[in-house]
Unconditional design. Structure first.
Length: 309
């Protein structure tokens, strides 16, 4: 894993010197999560390859923390910011602050609901990814039975979009009944606790559809602890842990999100903007497809990259 610098108090970006293009700050959620770690590592490596000094900071999904970080980064003279934001709507002001102080921002993974503030917004095609996962779920569990939905974090628009896309597929089958739905906050432990509680009333379910990878793995942990082995679990993210669970037969399917490619492209567009005043793309909002992962192709997944060659 690449070296990372965390801003835990008063910290500074190194002063720019003639050996580098400038300073780029990379802000993501908790680096304990493999998705955000992969995203941050890829962005940092790409920025350094392009000649920038890059620093990685974690806002831990705290809007106030994010605001403080961005204010500090702007004051320290960063040339640009690559941001996976803490909250889609609540982050508008922070992005606007940076932009108004001539620090361009590229958003990755999470959008904001306003155009023309960030120079680019690169996100995963959650509708496509979730729809494919839901279709795989139906292929396995059939068109009838009882299932549970564990959402990832309904304060995150990505999770809302995934859930909506799931139901556009699943709700076409009237004999497929959702008996429980809980927000697991995107966390493995919370998902396990939620699933433990649900199983006390609904031990006869045939499937669990999860909003992200940690939630899917938490559901699996709960089912295994209960000695239940015939429930189909699916999710979205595509971490190495999910890959291994697919290969072990514990997770039926997931959709791998291209975290590294998304991050690299975000840095490339920021670089292009700093060089020319344009990102090189015709649209501010850009979507990256997810890759459906099953036991047939799970071997190609590594750190949120799909390498079939």
């Amino acid at each position: 894993m690449s070296a990372m610098v965390f801003l835990t108090g008063v910290s500074t970006l190194h002063a720019q010197d003639n050996s580098v293009q400038g300073n780029i700050a990379i802000l993501v959620n908790s680096l304990d999560n493999p998705y955000y770690a992969a995203e941050a590592n890829a962005a940092k490596a790409q920025a350094e390859e392009l000649g920038y000094e890059a620093r990685v900071f974690s806002h831990s999904e705290d809007v106030n923390r994010q605001r403080e970080l961005i204010n500090s980064i702007v004051a320290q003279g960063a040339n640009g910011i690559v941001l996976d934001n803490a909250d889609s709507s609540a982050s508008v002001a922070a992005v606007r602050y940076a932009t108004e102080h001539n620090v361009p921002v590229v958003l990755i993974n999470r959008e904001i609901p306003e155009d023309g503030i960030a120079i680019a917004q690169l996100t995963h095609n959650n509708v496509q990814a979730a729809s494919q996962v839901a279709e795989a779920f139906i292929e396995k569990v059939g068109e009838s039975g009882k299932y549970v939905e564990l959402t990832c974090n309904l304060a995150d628009n990505n999770c809302v979009t995934r859930s909506t896309a799931y139901h556009r597929v699943l709700d076409q089958y009237p004999d497929l009944e959702m008996v429980a739905r809980q927000d697991a906050g995107g966390e493995l432990l919370r998902a396990k606790q939620a699933m433990d509680s649900i199983l006390q009333e609904h031990s006869d379910i045939t499937g669990v559809i999860a909003g992200n990878g940690p939630v899917a793995l938490g559901a699996i942990a709960s089912l295994e602890a209960a000695g239940i082995t015939d429930v189909t679990v699916v999710g979205i993210d595509g971490s190495n842990d999910e890959r291994d669970a697919v290969l072990d037969g514990r997770l039926y399917a997931t959709a791998m999100l291209q975290a590294q490619e998304l991050a690299r492209q975000g840095v490339n567009q920021l670089h292009q903007y700093l060089e020319t005043g344009e990102t090189g793309e015709s649209e501010e909002r850009q979507l990256f497809r997810g890759v459906l992962i099953t036991e047939d192709n799970a071997d190609y997944v590594n750190d949120f990259e799909y390498q079939s060659n």
